[in-house]
Design a protein. Sequence first.
Lengths: 479, 182
Amino acid sequence: MKANKDINPKDNSKKKSKKNQEEEVVTDPCTRCGEHNCVEGAEFCEDCLVEMLNTRVPIMGWIAGAASLVLAVVAIAASVFLVSPTILCVRAEKAVKEKSWNDAVYYYDQMDSTLSDFRNLINWQEGSPEPFLRRFFKLGAGTHAKMFEAYAKMYGPLTAVEKLEVNDNTPLTKTETAKPYWEQYKGIVRAFDALYNSNRAPEANTYDASIKFIGEIEQQEGVDKVYTSYQKYLMAAVYYDQSIEESLKWLETCDDYAKKSGMDYKWLYYSDYANILNVTGEHNKALALMDELISDNNNNFNAYTQKTDILIDNGMLEEAEDFVDGLVEDFGNYSETQEMQLKVARCKGEYDKVMVLGDTLMANYAATPETYRQMALMFVAQGDYKNAFTYIDNGFSAAYMLNEEESAGISLEKIKETCYICAKLYEKHGEPTDEEKLKIAEIYYMFPEDYKTTDDGEALISGEKTAWEILTQGDYDLV
Amino acid sequence: MRILYVIGKHITFPGAFLRAFWEQVTCLLLGLSVENTGYLRADEMCGHIEHVLPKKASAAYISATAPGVMSLIAGLPLTIFGIINLRVLGVAPADSVLLFVIYILVLYAGVSVMCCLHPQFEVAQNLWDITLEKLRSKDTKSKVGGIFMFLPALCTYIGAILERFSVPVIVWAVGITLIFVL
């Protein structure tokens, strides 16, 4: 290759010349032009050497060089903004691989929020054409679809669509990742619209008429049959108070349709299904359903709580303890797992442990109503009705505030019921102060006169059973 | 092997073109005679320019590494920008076909440039020979210079060999595929 040529005059290894003290040096012809002789020590003639030194860089070269540097500067500037979203995306995808859908949702939310902050740096008035620069800081359909999937796995497609404000024009609905969930959503919406936006005759408000009506809706095209079956279950279990077997029948129908569809409907009916199976004595099946929910989503604290409750309900306290201890190892910094641990300890009668866990929960987190309730039950078991009343009163205040803030999972009814029982016990066995008497009166005011509480509550108030019998050997709870 | 090289260079022609441009600018600044300025050719000079090999260590070092550094400065941000937008933000044709095509082109340009960072083999060989000469020299200053030059010269040498067989093209193609698939 010609580039190997050496023009250093001191290196004469390739040059042939005849040197005569009295004669001129004769060199070979120039290897480039062949017309003139080479300059001494070089392979080219003088003209060619001058020409080679003055070789012009093509205009396209300058354009390409300048353009590459300008684009590089723009890319660096834009990439600097995108470092944080990139890190969040990597974390989100790691959470997806681990099926930690709650964590995935959190990271995708953070990513979207960061990009939104960057977009807002670019002035734009809604209504006018969006500046092209804003498009650089938007989640693309691919990642938006993954975010949608995370939401759907965590909360179901209905909530996912609502939270992400998805509609037919949203690009993510055209991606393969989001299509199944979008189709599922549309099927449910069709069913919902048909069920709740139709004019029904007043005499249709009976159980049989309602079931018949839902059955007619089911025949319409594109209506989600899992959802309609679930509606039949709600008619039986909630609205018309039918037998447990009737409710179970519709949940089994739900399950059949869900399995045939191949889509994930666990978010819709699994919790109710497990509940009913547990009540009908099939706790092993109920536990299996909970295990399925947990394996699909290891951030599903509702499933963890329900499984713990099923284990406790069936007297499987050792298994419950092992289960929650395992959860605390994995999720030690979550208050939900520590609460479950507290509940199991309370059911086992390990009251020192309950006090330690309760104090820790109150010190590290805002204590939830359930923590107060469990501690109140512990005091009831010990016959300390004054402390029981104090704790449950605090729990009720906390539940009331949270319920007003629409916090999910707070059972105001359970707290109210426990409040009533603790108030009755304290009034009967303790010496309430004037202030406490007022609070007790406020609690009674929430209930009708001659109100009858739960069977266990009534048995405890009347003295038919002891707290120890109920809370550590029987139903493990008063409500 | 030449066919493989030429095919690789033509596939990554933006990088080859840019590389040759930076080589020519470097030669201009160093006062090296350039024989042929055809940037995209159908031979082993595709993506490079024919120029005389400098004998001075500093000139040899700069002529071998500077064009690659300039290409890296241009190529790396473009590659990262393309990957972030297509893989991390997940921009798809459903969002905007124009934007998607722009990002694909940016990624292609970036990766093409990254595939053409190393000099032609003879230039790398020249640098390597000079480095070894310096290391073998009895002069302390030369030896120290040789030590500093050793690693860059070795990387340049190995890179030039790999580029001869279009290995960077294959590695980048596989790497980009894995980034999008995994």
